[in-house]
Design a protein around this ligand. Structure first.
Ligand SMILES: [Zn+2]
Length: 384
């Protein structure tokens, strides 16, 4: 490690208390995706911290979703580094008061401590320390979404992030990380669809031939929906919810099901959309009618060759500077790295703090990983 890097990393050790204070500040605020005011308040906290680290900060404002924070340092019309994450959590209001930020034996708990207030703290801390040292190796753009956990369903954040990512050399996302030092270069996309079948009701005793059972129709469709799964393509479908009818002695007038789809690339979701539409249009039982509605869509983070190369460079830097060796993997859950890779920007995801059980009350993060990952980020930005 060069003298300069050593000094910068020792600044992390000297800043432990203020870094933990930032982490606590971010965790102890209710900012579930549904709480726009809470997310926007955290956005203001983060704005202040980034401004004191030499950034100019602006927001994309959305009426029904947490705002998207964009912060720039240096001339971002030139190739820049994109550092990204999100400010919202999955937790309801009141959770922060019930389970405030706590550290016990090196284990941090509190809503969103792992996903991903710890990662945001890594990003903010590294920027503050690099700014104090006058670092200006690359222009930097920080992109922090306010509605990631809600899949950006009520905003144009995916499109806006893609536009902001254009021109980036590479992207690093400080999402939830793993105890085994793996990071993520590929994520499946997620979509959900709802089928609604309209049948004809009838009394099954007095008029057994008069009805058209919506349940019989949807049962036939479920097998066809399952058959759209293609493991080689990386596409899986799951009919996770089903319902219909009212009482045993009536032919069911209505039935519905909800389908979860995981896919690796646009080709997969395009095939599934067409397939589900064909299944809805196909009538097994004359007299029934089916509508299919797409409820939710979150893009995939496709595996780019350039992301794999970026990972190799990052891992080499880590190992050369005494950090644990990393592995690259693909996972089933989405993140905003999708927006970067869709814009063609090589991206490594899950560089945040390490822990387990995000999205649950069992969520925890390892305190030490905050300092290790901040040193790693500083080392990457000074070396790559
Ligand atoms: Zn997250």
């Amino acid at each position: 490690m060069s003298e300069n890097l050593e000094t910068l990393c020792s600044r992390v050790d000297e800043s432990r208390d203020s870094m933990l204070a930032t982490w606590k500040l971010l965790v102890d605020r209710d900012c579930g995706s549904k709480n726009k005011a809470g997310v926007d308040a955290v956005g203001q906290d983060v704005k202040g911290i980034l401004e004191s680290a030499g950034f100019k900060v602006r927001f994309y404002e959305y009426p029904e979703a947490g705002n998207l924070l964009i912060a720039e340092r240096g001339d971002t019309t030139k190739p820049f580094v994109a550092l990204i994450g999100h400010l919202d959590t999955v937790f309801a209001d009141g959770e922060a008061a019930k389970r405030p930020f706590t550290i016990k034996d090196g284990v941090v708990t509190g809503p969103g401590c792992l996903d991903m207030k710890g990662g945001v703290t890594v990003l903010l801390s590294a920027m503050r320390i690099l700014n104090e040292a006058g670092w200006d190796r690359y222009p930097v753009k920080v992109i922090l979404a306010g509605d990631e956990e809600a899949g950006h369903q009520k905003s144009t954040a995916v499109r806006d992030m893609m536009a902001e990512a254009k021109g980036a050399l590479f992207g690093l996302n400080f999402e939830t990380s793993f105890k085994d030092n793996s990071v993520v270069i590929e994520r499946k996309g997620v979509a959900t669809f709802r089928f609604d079948v309209q049948g004809i009701g009838a009394h099954v005793g007095n008029n057994p031939k008069g009805g058209r059972s919506a349940i019989t129709e949807i049962a036939a469709k479920v097998a066809d929906i399952n058959a759209l799964t293609d493991y080689d393509e990386g596409t899986t479908l799951n009919v996770g919810v089903i319902g219909g009818g009212t009482v045993p002695n009536a032919c069911a007038e209505k039935a519905f099901c909800v389908v979860d789809v995981r896919y690796k690339g646009e080709a997969g979701i395009t095939r599934v959309r067409a397939g589900l539409k064909a299944i809805a249009d196909k009538v097994y039982l004359d007299g029934t009618h089916t509508e299919v509605t797409e409820l939710f869509y979150f893009p995939a983070m496709p595996r780019l060759e350039s992301s794999l190369e970026l990972f190799s460079r990052v891992n080499k830097i880590a190992v050369e500077h005494g950090f644990p060796e990393m592995t690259a993997k693909g996972v089933g859950g989405g993140s905003d790295s999708a927006a970067l890779t869709m814009a063609g920007v090589p991206t490594v995801c899950a560089l945040g703090v390490k822990g387990e059980f995000n999205h649950t009350v069992r969520e925890y993060a390892m305190e030490d990983s905050l300092f290790e990952r901040t040193k790693l980020l500083i080392t990457i930005l000074c070396t790559i």
